[in-house]
Design a protein around this ligand. Sequence first.
Ligand SMILES: Cc1cc2nc3c(=O)[nH]c(=O)nc-3n(C[C@H](O)[C@H](O)[C@H](O)COP(=O)(O)OP(=O)(O)OC[C@H]3O[C@@H](n4cnc5c(N)ncnc54)[C@H](O)[C@@H]3O)c2cc1C
Length: 596
Amino acid sequence: MSAYTAPLQDMHFVLNELAGLEQISALPGCEEATAETVTAVLHEAGKFSSGVLAPLNRPGDVAGCRWEDGDVKTPAGFVEAYQQFVEGGWNGLNFPCEFGGQGLPKLVASPVLEMVMSANLGFSLCPLLTGGAIEALLLRGTPEQKATYLHRMVEGSWTGTMNLTEPQAGSDLGLIRSKAVPDGDHYRIYGQKIFITHGEHDMAENIIHLVLARLPDAPEGVKGISLFVVPKFLVNPDGSLGARNDVRCVSIEHKLGIHASPTAVLSYGDREGAIGYLVGEENRGVEYMFVMMNEARYTVGLQGVAVSERAYQLARSYAADRVQSKDLADPRGPSVAIIHHPDVRRMLMTMRALAEATRAVAYVVGAAIDQAHLAPDEAARQEARAFVDYMIPIHKGWATEASIEVANLGIQVHGGMGFIEETGAAQYLRDARITTIYEGTTGIQANDLVGRKTAREGGITARSLIARMQETVDRIDPVDADLAIIRDALARGIQDYTACVEWIVASYGSDIRAVHAGAVPFLKLAGIVCGGWQLARAADIATRRLVEAGSDRDFLSAKVITARFYAEHLMSRVAGLRQTVIHGAGSTMALPVERF
Ligand SMILES: Cc1cc2nc3c(=O)[nH]c(=O)nc-3n(C[C@H](O)[C@H](O)[C@H](O)COP(=O)(O)OP(=O)(O)OC[C@H]3O[C@@H](n4cnc5c(N)ncnc54)[C@H](O)[C@@H]3O)c2cc1C
């Protein structure tokens, strides 16, 4: 099995050339993110990810987690690796300095997260969920709650969880039944939560659960759900750990992938009721969760990038080693490594192009998140916020769906060995499989995209995205054949995307089911076009840099070739998706439910 090598050169290219690191470093509070600091941070993160986390990936997958009478043991080596993660300050990278974080922008945290997730997706889920819980407390916690929890959580010595799902309430959080009963200055929480990532484990001293539950007499549906902070161990006024709270891990799930991440069933209030504290106002829990979910969805999209990159690296190294069959152009010569065969090249190029395109879209969205929070000008903040809100379902849905395609191709490149667990190729497909499900399935992302984000705002943000993409087309001077192909493919993609946007806006009121029947194809179309947009920008910049003295010609010309491959092989899917979006609903909905 190949080692993980952080793709630092591509990361730096995307950060600097596409995502505008320089502008982000100029934002108030981001002054620390100088080019030298970012280079050093990425270098160290690469070393930590490949040296400490990646070697635990396969053993962690094989061993999985163990439940023992309410406690959960993570695989061998995970406790020590997590300790190193905390000591290295990796947990607090983009959290505020006032709580012990390093205050670096989201854009800089993105490649670091990508590396950690590429190296070991199961491990990475613990800090990911801690990050979600930190965001919740930063957003709505009282000063006392912030003082009690945030330093330890930002440091990582306490971890966090997000407790939404219940057996009857998955995509539809309005069905949540867990109860919160007022009891003096706190509440008693009762109910069962399922599928709680790192809901119990042995890597940290305390676990801070963020829990959605209903107050007595709360209104039905999502408007009657409140958010509570429920620590596993209660915290004494001096910050030390107090009594064990009434929350127990009843079991952990046996699942397809991410074996190193315990997925817990948590029971609240089997005895006296778990003590919880209200976060923010009553009945506004789902609203708060949605603000944080945007950020969590961003990170799950990055998981897609991370798995694609790792699957590509593994397939590339296998294809370079595995000797099989002769070169078509040299039938009398020796057998060659399979990387010489055109079909293997096609698979590797598809994997590479999707990894690079999803990374480029991800970091561009990451930069916009920073702009939305920190741009000094209100109009600039609003513009960035609209872009982020629109792009989150596209990035999350498309990058994760793409990772399944990439990991699947990775198995194919390995031939029979891909089906055998030892090579590790199968793990990436198994791990990738959850990313299109949690934090809102692709179907839920696509509903959000066509409904709230496109139709209900009359296509305003979609059209401004179209204008930005068109600017790229207009700017590209097709000085050579590659750029001409890339530019034309993008121009056609924009036309198809525009046609779908206009159809969705026009049809939503009269035939909402038809629009939603094409929601996932539309999301995929939007993702492919956005990826083509970013790779076209990359090819344009790379072409100009190629003529500069001292430029890295191998890297830059590979960028152009990858963009051309994407234009010819992936952008060509867009026309078909347009047909499906606009004309496919009839057959989707024709068969009566009882005939399935
Ligand atoms: C490994 C793992 C870790 C998880 N971690 C957490 C966690 O830490 N915290 C937490 O709270 N939850 C967690 N979850 C739960 C996860 O977020 C849910 O599984 C997910 O939101 C989907 O809900 P569900 O499983 O109930 O599926 P359902 O909601 O039952 O959906 C089933 C299918 O129906 C589709 N569907 C449902 N409604 C619609 C609709 N309106 N339109 C179109 N299609 C629809 C879905 O897209 C899906 O294909 C985790 C789950 C797993 C498996």
